[in-house]
Design a protein around this ligand. Structure first.
Ligand code: APR
Length: 309
């Protein structure tokens, strides 16, 4: 029997995630959305592409939670984009309502699932998912660091004129403007980038990484990035589904690690069949640690304005 993955939200990120999973035949996919027709239409379109991909994945679209029953992994991409006149807190609480409703359905129908949270502001939505579900922290994982690190890798490879395959990057902290790219732990073929690129160049690439999402919004005008966010989610799905135990930067609920408590932030973790199997604690320099603390404090202040009952 194939594994079963539910994608909540059949918008750009959700549908692209479903497409990537089906294209590689990783699992059966349930695409769930409040707009039944959108979920069903996109699922049918992907289904009709499966013969061309030689994929045996079964893909269905639905707006009924019963159809998601006994999912192994649930990827949450549902939410509202920020609209003109909406404050950050308005968006946060509007999306928290969405998270609450979809988590209640997920807990009821897939009590053993592992949850990947993509909806922004992701670290705060992951916190809401943890609170609403009562799941252990190993099973609620935020997608942010994989995407931010992929962007950093892209810019480094372009600047150095080398293959992205030879660039490893580590971006920690909250998935927002204050994320913490770590040049010391970012390498080209194992060589830390401070040995290969000058400081000014590194600073420029860090800044581009921090504003990577906004750069794409500025170009698209009517939406936000979805190819790289979907591909990042699928890398996490693979590591869990096939127990690959990849070390990936993911947002997790910290309980003393990195000196922090009660907040989600991106740190390197081992991802396997149990979800988060280990949190890797790096020894950060004073400067790195203070950037990390600032970033986590920004997440904490958003958690404080969260209104979930
Ligand atoms: N239940 C299920 N689906 C919902 C709900 C809900 N309560 N509320 C909204 N949705 C659906 C919408 O109908 C829409 O199809 O979520 C989908 C969101 O899709 P898009 O607007 O296309 O957004 P997308 O670009 O996919 O981004 C989704 O991921 O990267 C983040 O910042 C991004 O938070 C955003 C999320």
């Amino acid at each position: 029997m194939n594994a079963k993955i539910t994608i909540i939200g059949a918008g750009n990120v959700g549908a692209t995630t479903a497409e990537l999973i089906a294209r590689d035949g990783l699992a059966d996919v349930v695409l769930f959305d409040i707009h039944d027709g959108i979920a069903k239409g996109k699922a049918l379109d992907i289904t009709e592409a499966c013969p061309l991909w030689n994929s045996s994945s079964r893909v269905i679209g639905t707006s009924s939670f019963e159809d998601t029953a006994e999912s192994d992994i649930i990827v949450i991409t549902a939410g509202f984009p920020r609209k003109p006149g909406m404050s950050r807190d308005d968006l946060l609480n509007a999306n928290a309502v969405v998270i609450k409703s979809v988590m209640e359905g997920s807990v009821q129908y897939s009590p053993d699932s592992i949850i990947i949270v993509v909806t922004n502001p992701m670290d705060v939505m992951a916190y809401a998912a943890l609170r609403v579900s009562g799941f252990s922290r190993e099973r609620i994982i935020g997608m942010g660091g994989v995407l931010d690190s992929a962007r950093f890798r892209t810019f480094i490879a372009q600047e150095a004129g080398v293959s992205v395959a030879d660039v490893e990057a580590l971006v920690l902290g909250g998935h927002g403007d204050q994320m913490v790219p770590l040049p010391r732990f970012t390498t080209i073929k194992g060589i830390p980038i401070p040995e290969l690129l000058d400081l000014e160049t590194i600073e420029r690439l860090i800044e581009r990484t921090r504003t990577g999402g906004a750069e794409i919004v500025g170009l698209l005008k009517t939406g936000s990035a979805f190819y790289a966010p979907a591909a990042s989610s699928v890398q996490m799905v693979r590591s869990i589904l096939f127990d690959e135990k990849r070390i990936l930067p993911c947002s997790v609920f910290l309980q003393g690690e990195y000196g922090l408590n009660g907040v989600f932030a991106g740190v390197p973790v081992v991802l396997g069949i149990q979800g988060i199997e280990k949190i890797v604690e790096l020894s950060l320099s004073h400067e790195e640690m203070s950037m990390f603390n600032r970033s986590a404090a920004a997440v904490k202040s958003m958690i404080a304005s969260l209104n979930i009952s």
